[in-house]
Design a protein around this ligand. Sequence first.
Ligand code: PLP
Length: 384
Amino acid sequence: MNKGDLAFILNRMTIDNFGTWLEIDLQTLRTNYKRLTEIAGVPVMPVVKANAYGHGLERVALELQIAGAKWFGVARVEEALFLREIGISGHILVLGYTPPTRVAHAINHDISLTVYDFDVAREYVVHAKGMNQAVNLHAKIDTGMGRLGIMPAEAPHFLEFIQNSQCLNLEGIFTHFACADEPDKGTTNLQINQFDHILGLVQQLDLRMPLVHSANSAGTINFPQARFDLVRAGIALYGHPPAQGTNLPAGISPAIAWKTRLISIKELPPGHGVSYGHRYHTEQNERIGVIAVGYGDGLRRRSGNQVLIQGKRVNIVGTVCMDQCMVQLNDLPEAQIGDEVVIMGKQNGAEISATDIANEWGTINYEIICGLAARMPRYYLNGK
Ligand SMILES: Cc1ncc(COP(=O)(O)O)c(C=O)c1O
C-alpha cells in the first residue's frame, strides 16, 4: 500500500474500517477545556505532551486552539516544533529538558524553554548570543518536587542572573506540585508558601514579575490559591481524575474510548487449551470469542483483564497475544461476530474507566492512556 492509498482510507475512515481503534470525542474535550477555564478563572495551558496523553497531538492541539487555548505545554522540543508545523500559533512551553544545541530551534520558532540551573542557563546564553537574539525562558523553582528546578535559596540570584542576561528573556516563573492529588494537603500548602515567599523576594528585588504558574490538574481543582496567572492541565482536560480520591468537577468526562470487535466465535470442548502456553483450559463446552486487540495495542499481557460486550463485563481468558486475545462468552449467548467490544469506555450504561484499568494493573490512569499504542487509529468525533 502506498501513501496515497492510506490517505484514501483515512479520508473515508469509519469505525467499520478497523479491528481496534480509539474514539476521541472532540466535543467532550472542548467541554472539559471550557469547564476547567471557568473553574480556574485564569487561562488554561493544555498539557499535550506524550501525544496529548495518547489522544493524538495534532487534532487535540488544533481543536483546543479553536476553543481558545493560547498556551500549550509539552515535554520535548520535538513536540513543540511539531505544533508549530501543524499551525499552532499560541505560546508553546517546553516543560522538560531542552539540549542547549536546540536553542536556535526555540528562537526561530518562538518556543519558550524551561530553565532550572545556572549551567543550563549559561549554555543557553552561549547559543542565543551566537544568534544575537534572546530565548524566552520560564524559570522552574523546586519548592518540593525534588525533580527539575532551582532550589529556593538560590532562586532570587538565579532570577536576577536571567533578567540581567541580554540573551535570556524571563517570560515565566513556575513550580510543580508533588502531592496535589494526595488527601493530605500539608505538602502542597508548604510548596505554595515557599513559592509565595520567592514571589515576594522577586518583588523586593525590583525584578520584573513574569508570568507565574504552578497548578497541574489536581492543583487547579484542590488549591484555588495556586492558580496564579495560568494553570497547566493535563489529565483533567482529558476527563480523568488525577487520583482515586479526587472527584472531577461536574461536566468533565473522559474524551476517549478504546474499542475492538468480536472477530471469531468457536465452541471448544472441555479440556481444550486456549492461547500461548495453554494457561487456560476450558472446563466445559465453552464459547470462546476472539477479539482484535493485544499487547501490541497497549493491553497488558496479564490475567484478569475484562471488556464490555453488549453492556456486560466479560473475562479475557488465556494469554493476551500481540494482536488478539480470547473472551469467554458462556454467559453471553447473544454475542455475535462483529459485536463492538469496549476495552475502555462506556457501553449500554456500563463503564470500564481508565482508572478501573489502572487499579487492575497496579498503576495510574495517566499510564493507561499514555500507553495506548501509536498504531491504533484515532477516530475523531464532533470536530469543529
Ligand atoms: C510540569 C508539569 N505541569 C503540568 C502537568 C500536567 O499534570 P496533570 O496531567 O496532572 O494535570 C505535568 C504533567 O506531568 C507537568 O509535568
